[in-house]
Each structure stands twice: as C-alpha cells, then as structure tokens.
Design a protein around this ligand. Structure first.
Ligand SMILES: [Zn+2]
Length: 265
C-alpha cells in the first residue's frame, strides 16, 4: 500500500475555508495518499462528500453526528445521513460516540443518536469512526450489544489508559493514533502503551486542524494542523515501537484499506 493514510481529517472545518484544495495538494506531496474526511453533522457530512467528489482517488468521507452535535440530530437530519451512506465515496458512519467530558449535548440524546447510527452501520454494512471521551464504560457497553452486527470500527484519537485500550481491542476495534503521541508530557501514558497495539489494529490520523504535533518544526502557521504532517506522526510512532517507518506506513495503510474498504485493497 503506497503512501500514508490519514483516517481523520476535519477538512470542512472553517479554518480550512477556501484552502481545501491546497491542503489536499500539500498532503499528496507529503506522500499522504488517502484521507478520510470526517462529517460531524448533516451539513459537514454533505460538505465532506462534495470535497471527496473533487478528489475521488485520494479523499473518502464519513457521514454521521458527533456527540457534540447530537442535540441537532432531528429525524430529517438522520434520514439525510442515511441517504449519504448510500453514496459512493462515503466509507463510514461517524464521527459518532459519546463525549461526557464536554457534554455539549444532553447524555440521553448522545446515547440515542449513537445507537441510531450503530443501527445504520449494521444496516448499510459500513464501519464506524468512533469518538469517546470520559464515557468509556457506557460506550463499551453499547458497542458490545451491537458488536455482532458491525463491520468493524476505529476508536479515533485514542488517549485512554491501558484498561480502555484492552477493552476496545477485545471488541475488535482498530485504534487511531494522533499527534498527541508527539507530546512528551501530555502523551506520556500513550507513548508507553503504543507498543501494546497489535500491528494489524493500528491506524494513524492527524485530526487536523486540531492536535498539531507539539514537536513539529517549524511551527505551522496559526498552529493549524494539516494532513501533510501525518508522516511526522507515523515516524514518531515507528520510533516508539522500534519499527521501520516504511513498514509501518505500509501496515497502517493496509489496515485502513481493509477497514474502510478503500480501493486498491
Ligand atoms: Zn473525535
């Protein structure tokens, strides 16, 4: 599998407004050949698909409601998501899950919108791009009850502890690692856990424009992260795992193609 694969880019974020084509071009120049553009509500899921249609060989999208936006998931918005999931280029349901850290949407609503999307994933046989913060117990319980009906899922931006990691691996989840790992202080526990992730479960992501790798030099303009910085994250992960970075590039892209059924695999 040639090049790196960034499994979570928030390319519809307003920080990328009118710059999306440049961002994609810079990423491809940096050998990031596949990017999954995350949707977080109806509008961003539609915008993500529109971006994919401009770069169909490099970009793929997700459609879903982020827990922060669960409060806006009306019946009509959810049926729009359902329609998007039937479009070519839309490779996963998400970003979805539970966030009990910020609580931007009421918890019961987060749970019901999450469950609705798990049903869609089962119905349309799509994998899931999962988010979770401070809701490990609940998320794990809900996932367990849908597990037999799912086509696989990745817990994106994993920053949890050893117990959470093993619980998610037990549910057959893939684990997404961001530039959080590049932060010696904040990422300390993750740096200790990185070797515990089986090679065939590991995925890489920038989560751009968020989570700029702290040690990246020169500091990107405005502190904005971009998918072109993925190789830096990949090289850091390879070093911490005592692996060859080219082997890691191949392996993680192969994993992404398997999970998201990307072409070329
Ligand atoms: Zn997230």
């Amino acid at each position: 599998m040639n090049g790196w694969t960034d499994i979570c880019v928030n390319l519809t974020d307003r920080r990328f407004a009118n710059k999306q084509a440049d961002i994609v071009e810079q990423a491809i120049e940096a050998n990031v050949n596949r990017m999954i553009i995350a949707g977080t509500d109806q509008a961003s899921s539609e915008a993500a698909l529109a971006l994919c249609q401009q770069h169909p060989e490099h970009l793929f999208s997700t459609a879903g409601f982020h827990p922060h936006d669960a409060k806006n998931a009306t019946a009509s918005a959810l049926s729009a998501i359902q329609a998007l999931l039937q479009e070519p280029g839309v490779v996963a349901v998400g970003e979805t899950g539970l966030d009990f850290n910020r609580d931007f949407s009421p918890r019961p609503q987060q749970i019901s919108v999450f469950e609705r999307q798990l049903e869609m994933a089962a119905e349309f046989k799509k994998p899931l791009l999962l988010h979770e913060r401070d809701a490990h117990t609940e998320q794990r319980e809900i996932l367990s009850s849908y597990r037999d009906h799912l086509q696989g899922a990745v817990l994106h931006c994993f920053t949890g502890d050893r117990k959470a990691l093993y619980n998610y691996l037990d549910l057959d989840l893939y684990i997404g690692i961001t530039g959080w790992i590049c932060d010696e202080r904040r990422g300390e526990s993750l740096r200790e856990l990185i070797k515990d992730i089986p090679a065939d479960r590991l995925l890489l992501e920038t989560d751009a424009p968020y989570l700029t790798p702290r040690d990246y030099k020169p500091k990107p303009k405005g502190g904005t992260n971009s998918p072109a910085l993925l190789p830096h994250i990949g090289q850091t992960v390879a070093r911490l795992r005592n692996e060859d970075w080219q082997q890691l590039q191949y392996q993680t892209s192969d994993n992404a193609c398997r999970l998201f059924q990307l072409p070329g695999n």
